[in-house]
Design a protein around this ligand. Structure first.
Ligand SMILES: CC(C)(COP(=O)(O)OP(=O)(O)OC[C@H]1O[C@@H](n2cnc3c(N)ncnc32)[C@H](O)[C@@H]1OP(=O)(O)O)[C@@H](O)C(=O)NCCC(=O)NCCS
Length: 238
């Protein structure tokens, strides 16, 4: 009985953490289909280092610095494990979310990430359209082809899943980067326009924290949705 429980526990401990989508999908990708130049040649299945793995997001990535990595891209907020777990479950259940990461297995840290979202359409014979989102590589690993690797991985994945096209928004300085990976600017046909639903309350300092023993003071700047409670708080040095 004890032995049985022990072996069940061991099995559970060694069971890989749940994936957001099937990792087999990444093994099928044909990197020769991408115009990207890799030197030396790498792919999602063979990222060039034995300590590197390209795979779908796993539930355990919360503990592997995934949120910290995203904070190098934009503001993330204080996401609790429960919030992460709930969002992971929602993404998995609704389908169409392909958050893909690169892990440094030596340190068990997530060092790169990109997301493919797949929209279902009625147009073009009930087609699928891919969108590339949230591309980031840990700053100490940049310049080593990992940005190219993660973007090409999700772009080929979009093709593999049957998307008729893939789109992205980016800053001017990254246009060249994406052009080398097969993305094309279409002036007059693909302006990015946004309507933001976040607004900054007129310099509303909800509280001011004085750091005892130091002259540095911080203000908590409250950013709220137009008609309900505060959604996000950033701390700014005064
Ligand atoms: C953009 C980013 C993902 C690139 O990652 P990376 O691992 O450094 O990229 P790579 O090593 O694969 O670089 C590929 C090429 O793009 C160029 N490049 C990379 N980052 C660039 C940048 N910020 N501006 C201009 N060119 C850039 C490189 O010089 C390289 O060119 P080369 O092939 O001629 O040498 C990384 O800089 C990053 O995480 N930036 C912060 C978050 C961000 O801006 N994300 C993009 C949102 S759209």
């Amino acid at each position: 009985m004890v032995l049985e429980r022990l072996s069940r526990n061991m099995f559970q401990e060694s069971k890989p953490s749940e994936y957001l989508y099937s990792p087999d999908l990444l093994l099928r990708l044909d990197f020769t289909k991408s115009p990207a130049q890799f030197s030396p040649h790498i792919s999602a299945a063979q990222p060039g280092e034995s300590w590197m793995v390209v795979r779908p997001l796993q539930r355990s990535d919360y503990d592997k610095g995934f949120m910290q990595l995203l904070s190098q891209l934009t503001s993330v907020g204080n996401i609790t494990r429960k919030q992460f777990d709930d969002r992971f479950t929602q993404m998995k259940q609704s389908g169409g979310y392909y958050v893909t990461v690169i892990e440094d297995t030596r340190s068990a840290k997530i060092i790169g990430s990109a997301t493919l979202t797949v929209e279902q359409k009625f147009i073009h014979n009930c087609s699928l359209r891919g969108r590339l989102e949230d591309v980031v590589v840990n700053d100490t690993y940049r310049g080593k082809q990992l940005g190219k690797l993660i973007v090409v991985t999700v772009s080929l994945l979009a093709q593999e899943l049957g998307c008729y096209k893939m789109s992205l928004d980016c800053k001017d300085k990254l246009v060249k980067f994406y052009e080398t990976l097969g993305y094309i600017l279409e002036p007059g046909n693909s302006n990015a326009m946004n309507m933001s639903f976040l607004w900054i309350a007129p310099t509303e300092f909800s509280s001011i924290l004085a750091n005892p023993g130091s002259r540095i003071r911080y203000a908590i700047l409250t950013i709220s949705r137009r008609n309900d409670r505060p959604a996000l708080q950033t701390v700014k040095p005064l």
